[in-house]
Design a protein around this ligand. Structure first.
Ligand code: SAM
Length: 212
């Protein structure tokens, strides 16, 4: 993602009540923050929040946490929440590398990765969100039977992600190389910002759902 540094974004994120500023304090007790024991679903690389907020409207019985590394991107998500406040959504500005410091063992039911950065150089493979290193982190925080759902239009990244499953001990539950052409898997699909842009440009969208 091309990043514009937006002046004041860091301060606005630091002051926002929609952002959890001390997320380590809720490790193992996110239900206390939401005030209910609904399932916890996490999106990593949440961007401007379109997907997670769309999901939260459709599924009020689920608690959603959106993780985003950059204040200047998360700012737009926070501004959307000011226009349409959703009690089942919180954001964290952090690097997902520290995921296991913020969520307890088996605490999450589902993890969404949407249009993750490709990190095309081989030496950066471990930074890719569907890499085996990240799958190891997801393994720790996902409950038994928990799933990871990944969407991208980047075929090379998707092929890489598929190749990571067996060495990391994960199982493919569903896969498509053309999500929008697959009526069954597209049912209930909530589009992300990138998904709207790339599918409008004619790029097919790949998706997998995995478990371990
Ligand atoms: N998911 C959105 C969508 O589909 O429209 C945004 C996609 S954008 C290409 C990827 C986003 O993931 C960026 O906002 C980036 O800052 C964020 N991101 C990448 N690596 C991350 C990490 N390790 N931790 C948290 N966020 C990350």
């Amino acid at each position: 993602m091309r990043l514009k540094n937006i002046p004041g974004s860091r301060e606005e994120i630091a002051a926002s009540r929609f952002v959890v500023h001390d997320p380590e304090e809720y490790r193992g007790r996110w239900s206390a923050l939401f005030g209910n024991d609904h399932p916890l679903h996490i999106e990593i690389g949440t961007g401007k929040g379109k997907f997670i907020m769309g999901m939260a409207v459709l599924h009020p019985e689920i608690n959603y946490v959106g993780i985003e590394k950059y204040s200047s991107v998360l700012l737009r998500a926070v501004q959307k929440m000011e226009e349409q406040e959703l009690s089942n959504v919180k954001f964290i500005r952090m690097d997902a590398e520290d995921l296991t410091e913020v969520f307890g063992r088996g605490e999450a039911g589902r993890i969404y990765l949407n249009f993750s950065d490709p990190w095309p150089k081989d030496r950066h493979a471990k930074r890719r969100l569907p890499s085996r290193q990240f799958l190891g982190r997801y393994d720790e925080i996902l409950e038994k039977g928990g799933r990871v759902e990944f969407k991208t239009d980047n075929r090379d990244l998707f092929e890489f992600a598929l190749g990571e499953l067996e060495p990391a001990g994960w199982r493919l539950e569903e896969v498509t190389f053309d999500l929008h052409g697959d009526d069954r898997l597209a049912e209930g699909n909530v589009m992300t910002e990138y998904e709207e842009r790339f599918s409008a440009a004619g790029n097919p969208i790949c998706k997998y759902i995995i478990s371990r």
